[in-house]
Ligand binder design. Structure first.
Ligand SMILES: [Ca+2]
Ligand SMILES: [Ca+2]
Ligand SMILES: [Ca+2]
Length: 469
């Protein structure tokens, strides 16, 4: 058994040295771990005193000391704060016995995007491992898509026992819309029969979205699956943290949130919406609800909404708030913000009319941590919100008063269908108007913002109104 220490403080070595006056978390130092220790030590604070500040992020360390067990075959477990005897038992029960096979190649892992947008092409990366005692100098790699062989690639190299190699496979293209199964299979180590065939295959489900969704779409995070279907979350800074689901907290039950409370400053995480089609839409608009409280004035978290028209290659920022502007409750909150109060929620509107009549639109929410406190997002809606335009119908329609209390008066030049639509795009009231005017009772609708949609044989117009009893 080998023991080694990793300083994950990322600022200086004082915590590892037990220096309470310099340790940035004076209550968090576990004493002097350096003096007299015979164990190797990896100092991960920034150069020159350390060799880079990545371990804390890479290993998603949330408490100190975090203890890991690294098995000989490279499998890693977070084993927790156990005694020496408990660690011995843990290692024996979790780590596989040393391999005894001689010629044995293992399919270790395969990495693909969760969702492949637009063109149905992707390039998987694959890690193979020598699981035999003899050096591995060659093997075969077979790639199957939905059970059909699409690639057969010979590999050569030189790996000692348990060493691994990562390789980029050839691009796979032409995938149709929907789910596919990718399987990568290894065999024929050193030109011989593989003595351990149980480890020869790894498979992944690949979701391809080449057909964009029509709008309106809504996401209220009420489902148990996260990210929701056709959505993706991307750990941009690769720190182990990402957008997470709350099944209870929300503007409506269920939301997503980003743990700025725990995420190191500067780390970014994306939530990507489904591929969307704005064809025929003159005024596409994104609305969503946000809740955020700051830890203090010293920590500035940021949320932005970006749009891509080239399938995620380039992005344009369309909305951004940070710090006090992002906060939806002005008072600070010095424990982790996990359950926003009803009054903490604020609706935001993002004008996407620059993308009218355009297909293959991607929208992402990008969170950039300032190590402050959590931010929640809920009830995302993308719909075509035609405001009053200069048509003959719009010139001759009156919808009043605005705000409305208990009644809404509508006069128009011809017969029409009138709909009352909530901000989620849901039609909550419909009536046919045969004469030239109508009175809609609004007393049963909750206070808030709505759209009145007037539909005639030739035109549809929409006007935003507020109901305030
Ligand atoms: Ca094998
Ligand atoms: Ca992250
Ligand atoms: Ca919700």
């Amino acid at each position: 058994m080998m023991v080694f220490f990793i300083e994950a403080d990322e600022s200086n070595l004082a915590c590892l040295q037990g220096n309470t006056s310099l340790c940035d978390n004076t209550s968090g130092t576990q004493g002097d771990w350096i003096t007299g220790t015979p164990y190797p030590m990896f100092l991960t604070c920034a150069a020159p005193s350390g060799n880079g500040n990545t371990v804390n992020s890479n290993y998603n360390i949330a408490y100190f000391p975090t203890v890991y067990t690294v098995c000989p075959d490279r499998t890693i477990y977070e084993s927790g704060q156990l005694t020496t005897a408990q660690h011995y038992t843990f290692a024996n029960s979790h780590c596989a016995p040393l391999t005894t096979t001689v010629n044995d190649v293992k399919a270790f892992s395969c990495t693909v995007p969760n969702i492949i947008y637009c063109n149905g092409s992707f390039t998987p990366s694959f890690m193979l491992q020598n699981y035999g005692t003899a050096n591995l100098t060659s093997c075969n790699i077979t790639v199957k898509l939905d059970g059909n062989i699409v690639q057969q690639v010979p590999w050569t190299g030189n790996l000692a026992m348990y060493d691994a190699a990562t390789l980029t496979l050839n691009q796979i293209s032409g995938l149709t819309n929907g789910n596919h199964t990718l399987e990568v299979i290894t065999d024929n180590p050193n030109g011989l029969t593989d003595e351990g065939i149980a480890n020869n295959s790894v498979s992944k489900t690949v979701t391809v979205m080449t057909v964009p969704d029509a709008i309106p779409i809504t996401e209220d995070f009420s489902g148990s699956v996260f990210p929701p279907a056709q959505c993706d979350i991307i750990d941009v800074s690769n720190d182990g943290y990402n957008w997470v689901h709350s099944s209870t907290a929300g503007h409506t039950a269920g939301s997503m949130y980003i743990e700025f409370y725990s995420i190191m400053s500067g780390k970014k995480d994306d939530f990507e919406m489904p591929l969307l089609d704005f064809t025929g839409m003159s005024n596409p608009t994104l609305t969503f609800w946000v809740a955020h409280r700051r830890y203090s004035a010293s920590y500035t978290d940021k949320l932005e909404v970006d749009v891509s028209t080239d399938c995620g290659t380039t992005w344009t920022q369309k909305w951004m708030k940070s710090g006090a502007t992002l906060a939806t409750n002005a008072s600070y909150y010095t424990s982790e913000y996990l359950n926003p109060a009803a009054g903490d929620w604020r609706q935001e509107t993002v004008d996407l009319s620059a993308y009218q009549n355009t297909s293959n639109i991607m929208i992402r929410f990008r969170a950039t941590s300032g190590y402050g406190n959590n931010a929640f997002v809920d009830d995302i809606n993308v719909s075509n919100v035609s405001s009053f335009n200069n048509t003959s119908l719009s010139k001759n329609v009156s919808i009043y008063p605005n705000p409305a209390q208990d009644k809404l008066f509508i006069t128009l030049p011809e017969k029409a269908t009138i709909q009352l639509v909530d901000l989620m795009g849901k039609v909550i009231y419909t009536t046919q108007v045969e004469n030239n005017n109508d009175i809609v009772s609004t007393s049963s609708f909750a206070n808030g913002t709505y759209f009145v949609r007037v539909i005639t044989d030739n035109e549809t117009i929409t006007q935003k109104i507020v109901i305030n009893h």
